[in-house]
Design a protein around this ligand. Structure first.
Ligand code: IPE
Ligand code: IPE
Ligand code: MG
Length: 228
């Protein structure tokens, strides 16, 4: 049985940005902006609580089929995020990483994301990983293909290292905001024994206190990992 009461790795499915905007009669793009603005503050709070890794699902492979106008707005936000906010992360001692298939993004966006993460590689406070153009199944299939190309059979530990999250410990706590109770293709392999927490709040409204409540709930769970 695990005794640690603060999860080392918290993964968050950022959902409900569109509904947040709709409730305020605002365009969806402003919901995405509000969501992005919440990301750093929320991860800072997590790191202050002793969490070491925060992974945020910001854009799925399936989301890439949304209307082009919405995607263009999201890409614009990424361009800002990985310039201005990457610098903020660097100053605040947060390492910024990205997982996902950047080749699915417009090339200039992919390049900005790459440069932003290079600028903020070190972080003594914690590591913030954004999942962009990420799909759990795609990531698993890519890892399997890599193993096939190398012509080797793998054990579970070797396989996890081939995933894009290879350098991260598995998530202890997966939080989904926005009220839905599903994983929507997020960290499928890695979440095998994660504790799941669902919040009805839309992501831009998910405050530091809400994260505290999720961590408190996590602390009350007994993680058995199949044992008795
Ligand atoms: C989450 O918010 C952000 C992305 C998936 C890009 P949504 O855009 O899914 O917001 P809702 O679920 O429509 O409210
Ligand atoms: C999940 O949200 C994906 C991200 C948060 C990036 P969605 O809004 O895409 O999920 P569904 O469509 O409700 O399953
Ligand atoms: Mg959604």
């Amino acid at each position: 049985m695990e005794s640690g009461r603060i999860p080392r790795h918290v993964a968050v499915i950022m959902d409900g940005n569109g509904r947040w905007a709709k409730k305020r009669l605002l365009p969806r793009s402003l919901g995405h902006r509000a969501g992005m603005e919440r990301m750093i503050g929320l991860s800072e709070h997590a790191f202050d609580r002793g969490v070491r890794y925060v992974t945020l699902f910001a854009l799925s492979t399936e989301n890439l089929a949304r209307p082009q106008a919405e995607l263009d707005g999201i890409f614009r936000l990424f361009r800002d995020y990985f310039t201005v906010h990457a610098e903020t992360c660097r100053e605040k001692g947060i390492a910024l990483r990205v997982i996902g298939d950047l080749s699915l993004l417009p090339p200039d966006v992919a390049e900005t994301v790459r440069r932003g993460t290079e600028a903020a590689q070190k972080g003594e406070r914690g590591t913030l990983t954004l999942a962009i153009a990420y799909g759990g199944r795609r990531d698993i299939v890519e890892a399997a293909n890599r193993a096939v190309r190398e012509g080797r059979e793998l054990r579970e530990e070797d396989f996890s290292r081939l995933l894009s999250t290879g350098e991260l410990p598995p998530p202890d706590l997966v939080i989904r905001t926005g009220g839905e109770k599903r994983l929507s293709n997020f960290l499928l392999f890695e979440s095998a024994y994660a504790e799941l927490y669902f919040s009805g709040k839309n992501f831009p409204d998910f405050g530091d206190g809400d994260l505290d409540a999720a961590i408190e709930d996590y602390a009350s769970r007994e993680r058995r990992f199949g044992k008795i």
